[in-house]
Design a protein around this ligand. Structure first.
Ligand code: SAH
Length: 216
C-alpha cells in the first residue's frame, strides 16, 4: 500500500535542511511518516514535494516546510502533552505523535477526522486522541497542555487556548485577518503565568471557522 519514494523523500529532507530545519528529531520524523497515506489518491505522486495539497471539504494538507517549522518551534520531547487544533489530513498530528507523549487533536469536520483516524491506524500510531469540536474552545477536560499548535488562522489568539496553555508552555499558531496578512506567532507562558508573543513568519493558512461543520 505504502509507496515509500525514497529518492523523493531524501530530496525533500535536503530541501528542508536548506530552508533552516536543523532539528534532527524533526527531520527524522518527516523521514519516517509516510505523507502519501494522508494525501488524496490523485495527488499521491506529489506527496513528497514541498507543497500544500488539497484534501476533502475544501481544506489543505500543509506544506512539509510549514509542518517542520512549526514542529521545530514547539520544542517537543517525550514528556510533553500537546493540543492540536485542525487535524485536517492528520499528517501534522502524526509528526507530533512521534516526538511527544500524547497528542489531543480537534477538527470541525467529522469526515476529515475519520479519514485521519484510519491513517493513524494504518501507521499503527497509538498516542493520538482526536475528536470533533470547535477548536476555539480547546479541550478543557484535558488541560493544561505543555504545547499547543493551531493549523488554521484565527483573527486573534483564542482566549480559551491561552487559558489551557500550561505555565512554561509554548503555543505556535497563525494569526491574521486574511491571507495577505497572516503570521505564525510563538506565544510563551512563563512559570509565573506571564504571556509574551513573537511574530515568526508570514504564512497563508485556511481560516479558523467558528463552530462544528454542519456538512461535508
Ligand atoms: N494540519 C492539517 C491542516 C489542515 S487545514 C494538515 O496538514 O492536514 C486546517 C484544518 O483546520 C482544516 O481541516 C479545518 O477544517 C480545521 N479547522 C478550521 N477551523 C477549525 C475550528 N474552529 N476547530 C477545529 N478545526 C478547525
Amino acid at each position: 500500500m505504502i509507496d515509500d519514494n525514497p529518492a523523493q523523500k531524501i530530496r525533500l529532507i535536503m530541501e528542508l535542511r536548506r530552508q533552516g530545519i536543523s532539528s534532527t528529531d524533526v527531520l527524522s520524523a518527516i523521514e519516517r511518516v509516510a505523507r502519501d497515506v494522508f494525501v488524496p489518491k490523485t495527488f499521491r505522486d506529489r506527496a513528497y514535494e514541498n507543497i500544500a495539497l488539497p484534501i476533502a471539504s475544501g481544506q489543505t494538507i500543509s506544506q512539509p516546510y510549514i509542518v517542520a517549522y512549526m514542529t521545530q518551534m514547539l520544542d517537543l520531547d517525550k514528556r510533553r502533552k500537546v493540543l492540536e487544533i485542525g487535524t485536517g489530513s492528520g499528517y501534522q498530528t502524526a509528526i507530533l505523535a512521534r516526538l511527544c507523549r500524547r497528542v489531543y487533536s480537534v477538527e470541525r469536520y467529522r469526515n476529515l477526522l475519520s479519514a485521519a483516524e484510519e491513517a493513524f491506524k494504518a501507521l499503527k500510531i497509538t498516542n493520538i486522541t482526536a475528536r470533533v469540536g470547535d477548536g476555539h474552545k480547546g479541550w478543557p477536560e484535558q488541560a493544561p497542555f505543555d504545547r499547543i499548535i493551531v493549523t488554521a488562522a484565527a483573527e486573534k489568539i483564542p482566549p480559551a487556548l491561552l487559558d489551557q496553555l500550561a505555565d512554561g508552555g509554548i503555543m505556535i499558531l497563525p494569526v491574521g485577518r486574511d491571507t495577505t496578512d497572516q503570521n505564525i506567532l510563538r506565544v510563551t507562558k512563563d512559570m509565573e503565568g506571564n504571556v509574551s508573543e513573537e511574530v515568526l513568519l508570514p504564512v497563508r493558512f485556511v481560516p479558523m471557522v467558528q463552530g462544528v461543520a454542519e456538512e461535508i
